[in-house]
Design a protein around this ligand. Structure first.
Ligand SMILES: O=C(O)CCC(=O)C(=O)O
Length: 282
């Protein structure tokens, strides 16, 4: 017995440990194409990188959306969360050589819980190694939400993020990946990553996939149906981006993030604070 893509052992590994790694998704040509598109955008629109590559970039950039619909990736996701799948986030997580950006130990569903769980797919566009700040996970910690503190995150200024208070780092596993491979992990799994101490860039796209039947315990989320059907309507439907960074895409993402701001990736607001998210500043 096998899933659509994953073996029984991989599916059981996900249940026991909270993650599955080394899943081949993209050919070398597909990786080269995505890297070239990314670099062309960065060269043409340097002022737009910070906000356009951040939260829900899959509503802004057609190639980010399309990679999130990759059939092999979705087959693996379906093996883990079932046939009705919403893409609830797609985001670049690049670290340039020497970048001090690190992600402290955390669980993505700490502040807002989603039941059944969602999963996060890390798709490597470059090698992911301990030297360049690959993803690190603590196996088996997906069983429950652990005590956390709120602190300022490495991305958007003043965005608060939840960091797990007590972590046994000796149990950490490095998710070393080759370009084109993916790792998929449970939304409760404690994970993080270190700064890039190498002289090469770490490039990756991360996606959240949520079962359409799931409910979140705070507010209402939103997502793009990428597989199966949504008979539940718990999450609001999101538009598919047009090719290019168009006005419609910018306004579409802005409307979604302002209306459905109780998103697992948006930090909590301080009392009286208005909703803020990375957006076009002009
Ligand atoms: O990209 C990474 O290394 C980790 C990113 C992460 O944990 C997050 O965005 O929540």
């Amino acid at each position: 017995m096998m899933g659509k893509l994953l073996s029984d052992a991989q599916i059981q590994g996900f249940r026991d440990d909270g993650f599955v790694s080394g899943i081949p998704v993209l050919s070398p040509e597909e990786v080269a194409d995505l890297v070239a598109r990314t670099q062309a955008f960065e060269a043409e629109r340097p002022q737009d990188i910070a906000w356009a590559f951040d939260i829900k970039a899959n509503l802004l950039l057609d190639w980010v959306y399309e990679l999130g619909c990759n059939e092999r990736l979705l087959d693996a996701v379906e093996d883990l969360i079932g046939p009705n799948v919403l893409m609830t986030n797609g985001v670049y997580r690049n670290k340039n050589p020497g970048s001090a950006v690190d992600y402290g130990w955390h669980q993505d569903s700490a502040r807002i819980q989603v039941d059944p769980c969602f999963v996060i797919a890390y798709v490597a566009l470059s090698p992911a190694t301990p030297e360049n700040g690959c993803l690190r996970v603590i196996p088996g910690t997906h069983d429950r939400v652990r005590p956390f503190s709120l602190t300022e995150g490495p991305g958007q200024r003043r965005r608060l993020v939840a960091r797990v208070i007590d972590v046994d780092e000796s149990a950490a596993v490095d998710l070393t990946l080759a370009p084109g491979e993916a790792a998929i992990f449970h939304s409760n799994l404690v994970h993080g990553s270190a700064p890039n101490r190498s002289d090469a860039r770490r490039m990756a796209l991360l996606y959240d996939y949520t079962p359409a039947e799931a409910r979140q315990n705070v507010g209402r989320g939103s997502g793009q149906l990428v597989r199966g059907v949504d008979r539940w309507g718990h999450f609001a439907p999101e538009p598919v981006p047009e090719p290019g960074l168009t006005e419609a895409n910018v306004l579409g993402r802005r409307a979604i993030l302002s209306t459905y701001h109780e998103n697992v990736l948006m930090g909590p607001r301080l009392p009286g604070e208005t909703v803020t998210f990375p957006d076009r500043p002009y």
